[in-house]
Design a protein around this ligand. Sequence first.
Ligand code: ADP
Ligand code: ZN
Ligand code: ZN
Length: 732
Amino acid sequence: MPILTLAMPTPLRRSFDYLPPVAMTDDAVAALQPGVRIEAPFGNRKLIGILLATKDTTDIDEKKIKRVSNILDSQPILAGKLLSLSQWAASYYQHPLGDALANAIPTLLRKGEQTIELTETRWQLTTEGKGLPEGALKRAAKQAQLLALLQQQDSLDRRQLDRAQISQASCKALIEKGLIERIEIAATPYDHQQDCLKSAPLTLNAEQKNAVETIKANTGFQCYLLEGITGSGKTEVYLQLIEQCLKRRQQALVLIPEIGLTPQTLSRFQNRFNCPIVTLHSGLTDRERLLAWQHAQSGEAGIILGTRSAIFTAIANLGLIIIDEEHDSSFKQQDGFRYSARDIGIKRAADEQCPIVLGSATPSLETLNNALQGRYQHLQLKQRATGASAPTFELLDIRHAPMEDGFSPALISAIGDEIKRGNQVLVFINRRGFSPMLMCHDCGYVAQCHHCDARMTVHFQQRMLRCHHCGAQAPLPHHCPECNSTQLDFRGSGTERSEQALKRLFPSTDIKRIDRDTTSRKQAMQQMVAEVHEGQPCILVGTQMLAKGHHFPDVTLVAVLDADGGLFSADFRGPEKMGQLLVQVAGRAGREAKAGKVIIQTHQPEHPLITSLVNDSYHQYARAILSERQASGLPPFGHLALLRAEASNLEQAEALLQNLRDAAPPNSCQIFGPLPAPMTRKAGRFRAQLLVRSDQRKPLHQTLQQLCSQAEQHPLGNKVRWSIDVDPGDMF
Ligand code: ADP
Ligand code: ZN
Ligand code: ZN
């Protein structure tokens, strides 16, 4: 009896056996390929699963086993190496298999729709056009040129027209004259090798050249860390590696952190290459996403540029993976399927036997350690590619300084000096809103969120209090709700308050605020960045959004209003993240002809982490915190997983975790907790956690498997929501 084993999109960590459709012959069943979609009854619904295997026997009772209802594909949607990669990821991250596989295919396919037929538009002569005498249409030169071209070649596509500099208007004119026509034909695979360059590559400096040559020499699997300071020309290295990849007739997969970066990066790629480039990010419609996915899968797209989830794109002939800003936390999914696209990328490159390049000015400690241990090949770019010097750092001790909304007198005068010289200034404060705390001066009342263990943030322009953790909001009160006093104080600053202060201090200067609140409108960010690029003196004030990838050539001063927050973070990654953020923000300054300066305000001018950041390179700073991690057995010197649980009361959440802990297998793993989460109450739910630590992966994996299967069957399982996070990015 032939049996089909399917992965079904359910929260259960297992596969399901079914019988094939009645009408299906044994031969047809045997010919089914893993990775095809199959619709099957599940409970009282029908779900779309993915075929994992066919086999002859099952443990399920003959009378109970159900039949699948419909086989959707003749060719697998999730084939070969990508299917096994997804299975590996489900197991590594202890995530339900069906959901992990569903995650790897575009939404429309998940819903059961068919793939779109890929066509391409071409232009050809009509019968009338063919009959035209030579030299006709002499007065319309472009139209005549197009006719002549079409007399030589049967038809032309958009790219060929672009190359001949023939506009849409010329085509349209000839169509209206009835001489040419537009046709849609089945897409032919694009030959990437064929004149893949649109513009000439830059001449590499010695460090860049060394990087390109080293990676070029190897076409098999190897992981590279490209550690290059901001502005050192990492992107140019990527471009030249991609060129090599295209010339080998292979496709390149490039992952970048943020959707905001896509247009900028995309245009750099489009200016260099002729080949089709697809982008995959959360801003696409389902149909656009499916089309992009198909172009990658069919081999049509030479370059696939995307954010985190693009790591699962089916790619016909993958030859290179690049993860830009590999340290960025957005590569780790923070809910549901908590995978790291960077780590899956490395596994994928190993499976596909292709090189992978992790690029960053501020590599994560995990990656840096792998490079220092020799597991990754370490390539460094220590100079700025344009010849600009790296910015100088200055610590500003603000103890005792009379502060004006977060600005010390020395900083105010430094900003004023740059503006007078006609330069631009960037002010960084990693907190949005007006103020993080509303306090009554008379009774000490503090505005708290009713649903979270957190304070409400004041958004002054909108006269609102907002919780940045659950989204709760309330009107800004005029009186203290406790004692009715009107003496309400705003404690501390966010971007909105800094913006207001700057407007007051520099009334004739253009001040631009860049944070989530001012850039929520589509294109708002791009528009502001474009205005900054015009080069007029201005002051930019914003959050970490400013630190990411942008290039502001006229910014000569970067001011960090408050560097101290990261020093006292509850998270063991606090110092690493603080260092990365400050170095990335600093990297926006003085990228071209003008020299740059970074001023950091601090109350801790002697703190060893702060002084190390200012006096040493990020590399040295990172090595120092790496040895602290080693001393305490924290990643990358030990492996962690976090089991989180939340319920309407803390006791239930902790009870589930305690039960699981009691059932853990006896091995070398250490288990800590259950403990209340750092922010115990969030959005009205109480949260607790269990931390599992191990020197080796194997016992960790064993323990997690056991914990998950216990949790799935536990009677508290329907009251307590639990999730597992392997290699957690943060501990909240
Ligand atoms: P990174 O990605 O390392 O921050 P970029 O690739 O954005 O750096 O390069 C910074 C600037 O240097 C860009 O304007 C780029 O055009 C320029 N650049 C890069 N490589 C070279 C080179 N070999 N010669 C001249 N300019 C270069
Ligand atoms: Zn009060
Ligand atoms: Zn809240």
